[in-house]
Design a protein around this ligand. Structure first.
Ligand code: MOS
Length: 730
């Protein structure tokens, strides 16, 4: 079905199942270890061999010689696959071009071989016997240096890199209050729990991979293209995924090398990237340098606004578009933004939870705190008076729903913001300096076309099949809820099957579009199935009611299983979004409030309290949505206080490439967290009237922490993460 602006009242409005607090329907499987993740899928590919990935030991240059004979004769080794003997690969696609290198090396730990052996240990031992000689070339690893030669990148997802309106330079020069500050955000690692892992098995010329991936259709297409196979001959299966955060949007070395290894060894092969390989072999969130200039009048209104961003990537890689979030966030007639991309020889940068907007808000929402203080306004009040209901760059474009002011005011009330002392360093609790900070959360709510197949069996059970993935987000449950609501059955009569390229192509998990899009696809398929039921009963579809498993129309009341008959009854459809993006901006909003304590002597920072108030349309499953926000807040604390992939600027790699040295928050770092949703619906975005939540929660959190640290200490750190040494230096 085509969705155009509004579906009006529909069956999801009943909210008998949708919108109700619902535990994960696959939760018991996961808690009891019965949900099989890619690396443990034993029964499907019995007795697989093990592939060990060898990574390049230089960051840039060439392999001059590679002697694999030692590995080939090593105990248990079945095959060694390199670029030399892998067979022809189509490397025309940037996302897969680098998954098997040789002779050119583009980044450190880029895969140069997979060693296949009977056991993991034998494969690893074999890898140590490969002799590689390199001719290393100098590379550029320092963004501060590369920035000087950064260029304007092409538009991405329809967003031009630059924007301008009014006269920024004139307005900035004339502004009575102004700030001009530069901020640094480092590279971040996705650090998801489940590593990149795959099993590949060939049957003749057909390939099946069990992998950990967010976008099944993209993976199938990329694998088929790279291996020069028709897509129908490639099956991708990924029913359970232990986190992705964007790192698993595209295929990585594990799955391609498992496929090549399995072809060479003539048996199924499983490959997992060991944790210490992940940071440099795969992808990361690129570092940014951002300059923000803001001018404001005596009334506190923003009169001049400029946000410039510099990021870097491998040649051909995308830009970390950190200015998108701020472009339309606050009012003001005179404005400019720009994004510049530099070429770096570090591993590939790519999407990580709220790409662009997460680092963008880390800088920009500190800048707002700085200008509010200059003007002498409370930072909540400053944001309220600079709210806009239209895109300030294109005033004809309105927000579908924008309730930032309600988020800020509700949060301020609940958090006790009025007790904040505006004077930095003024509140002390024993040896702890205490501060409060606030920031806006803001993230686009896109939709993607999404398909599903729904079937009623003679037992009356409803089966939903779609290639949508559940990366820990709760897709199984909200898809089940949607089918239960639409088909008039209790949730425990619905079976949800996900993550298989044999199922209809869905939106997949990314860009916080997954929940809204995939459920809308199920909605469309359910509407079709209801029509099929009505036809079978010989009644008009709009007179059909289904409740508690019985179809009712006029004097007829028939159990769904009976309507379906022994053959069952099924329907397939997809939602095609035709929302008018020119007219409406679909965005989610929130306000983050943070209380920190900073030790007066050691400068240790402890987050003491956090609150997020979010607006994201209809909330399909409140505990799952809350879980997304809480997780994202935790990730934001990591970005504020500890996370940084440290670049060795001489050798060109991320030094702290394991979880012993790449620090992420643990339970003890995280205090009381609260998340409140404004109850609402957005009828113009989708028939589900929901927006997305997965990425909203991280945007702004780190700045709220930084602003709280400033309020506690009077120390303004503009270089993340805010570590003890920086606080002591400031
Ligand atoms: Mo997301 S960073 O598009 O998985």
């Amino acid at each position: 079905m085509k969705f155009t602006q509004t579906e009006g009242k529909n069956r999801t409005d009943r909210q008998k199942v949708i919108g109700k607090a619902t535990p994960r329907i696959e939760g018991a499987l996961k808690a009891t270890g019965k949900a099989t993740y890619a690396y443990e899928w034993h029964d499907i590919a019995p007795k697989p061999a093990f592939g060990y990935v060898l990574g390049a030991a230089i960051a840039k240059g060439r392999i001059t010689s590679m002697d694999t004979s030692g590995a080939e004769s090593s105990a248990g080794v079945l095959a060694v696959v390199t670029a030399e003997n892998a067979g022809p690969l189509d490397k025309g696609n940037f996302n897969v071009v680098k998954l098997l290198a040789g002779p050119e090396i583009q980044h450190y730990h880029q895969a140069i071989a997979v060693i296949v052996a009977r056991t993991f240990e034998e494969a690893r031992a074999g890898a140590t016997k490969i002799k590689v000689r390199y001719a290393s070339e100098p590379g550029v690893y320092d963004l501060e240096v590369a920035k000087e030669t950064a260029v304007k990148p092409p538009a991405r997802w329809g967003n031009e890199p630059d924007s301008a309106a009014g006269d920024f330079a004139g307005a900035f020069a004339a502004a009575p209050f102004k700030i001009d500050a530069t901020y640094h955000t480092p590279a971040h690692s996705h650090a998801m729990m489940e590593p990149f892992a795959s099993i590949a098995a060939w049957k003749g010329d057909e390939l099946t991979v069990w992998t950990a991936n967010q976008m099944i259709a993209w993976s199938r297409a990329d694998l088929a293209k790279t291996l020069k196979m028709p897509p129908e001959k490639v099956r991708v299966v990924s029913p359970y995924v232990g986190g992705g955060f964007g790192g698993k949007l595209w295929i990585r070395a594990d799955v391609l090398l498992a496929a090549l290894g399995a072809r060479a060894a003539k048996r199924p092969v499983k490959v997992a990237l060991p944790r210490p390989m992940m940071a440099n072999n795969t992808v990361h969130r690129p570092a940014t340098i951002q300059r923000v200039r803001l001018g404001a009048g005596k009334d506190g209104k923003i009169t001049a606004f400029a946000h410039e961003n510099w990021a870097g990537n491998q040649k051909g890689g995308s830009t970390e578009t950190a200015t998108l979030a701020s472009r339309a966030l606050y009012a003001g007639a005179n404005r400019m933004t720009s994004n510049r991309n530099a070429t770096l020889d570090l591993p590939e940068g790519n999407a990580m939870r709220a790409p662009g907007d997460a680092p963008g808000s880390m800088a920009f929402e500190i800048a707002i705190d700085e200008i509010a203080e200059k003007v002498g306004l409370d930072p909540v009040e400053f944001r309220v008076i600079n709210d806009t209901q239209v895109n300030p760059e294109k005033p004809a474009q309105t927000y579908s729903t924008r309730k930032l002011i309600q988020c800020l005011k509700t949060g301020a009330e609940k958090f006790g913001w009025s007790k904040r002392n505006a004077k930095p360093g003024a509140v002390r609790d024993g040896n702890w300096l205490v501060g409060l900070g606030v920031a806006t959360a803001y993230r686009g709510a896109p939709t993607m076309n999404s398909g599903a197949r729904v079937r009623i069996e003679s037992s009356g059970r409803v089966i939903v099949e779609t290639d949508m993935t559940d990366i820990g987000t709760g897709s199984y449950t909200i898809i089940g809820q949607t089918a239960a609501e639409m088909m008039g059955v209790p949730l425990d009569r619905v079976d949800v099957r996900l993550g298989d390229s044999n199922f209809p192509v869905s939106a997949g998990s990314g860009g916080q579009f997954g929940a809204v899009s995939a459920t809308s696809g199920v909605y469309a398929a359910c509407l079709k199935l209801r029509e099929a039921i009505a036809t079978k009963l010989g009644v008009a579809a709009d007179t059909l009611e289904i409740d508690d498993g019985f179809a009712v129309a006029g004097s007829k009341r028939v159990a769904l299983g009976e309507v379906a008959g022994t053959e069952g009854l099924s329907a397939e459809d997809k939602i095609e979004f035709a929302t008018d993006r020119e007219k409406h901006l679909h965005y989610t909003f929130g306000a983050h409030f943070v209380e920190v304590g900073v030790h007066a002597i050691t400068s240790e920072v402890r987050v003491r309290r956090m609150l997020a108030v979010c607006h994201a349309g209809r909330i399909l499953n409140p505990p799952a949505a809350r879980n997304q926000i809480i997780g994202a807040m935790t990730m934001g604390v990591g970005a504020a206080l500890m996370e940084e992939l440290v670049v060795d600027k001489k050798v060109g790699f991320f030094v702290n490439h394991d979880l012993a040295s790449y620090e992420v928050p643990v339970h003890a770092d995280i205090p009381h967290q609260e998340c409140v949703f404004l109850d609402d619906e957005d009828p113009t975005v989708s028939p589900m009237k929901a927006l997305g939540v997965g990425e909203l929660g991280i945007c702004g959190v780190s700045a709220a922490v930084a602003n709280a640290v400033y309020n506690a200490t009077g120390k303004r750190v503009r270089d993340y993460p805010i570590t003890i040494d920086k606080l002591m230096r400031t």
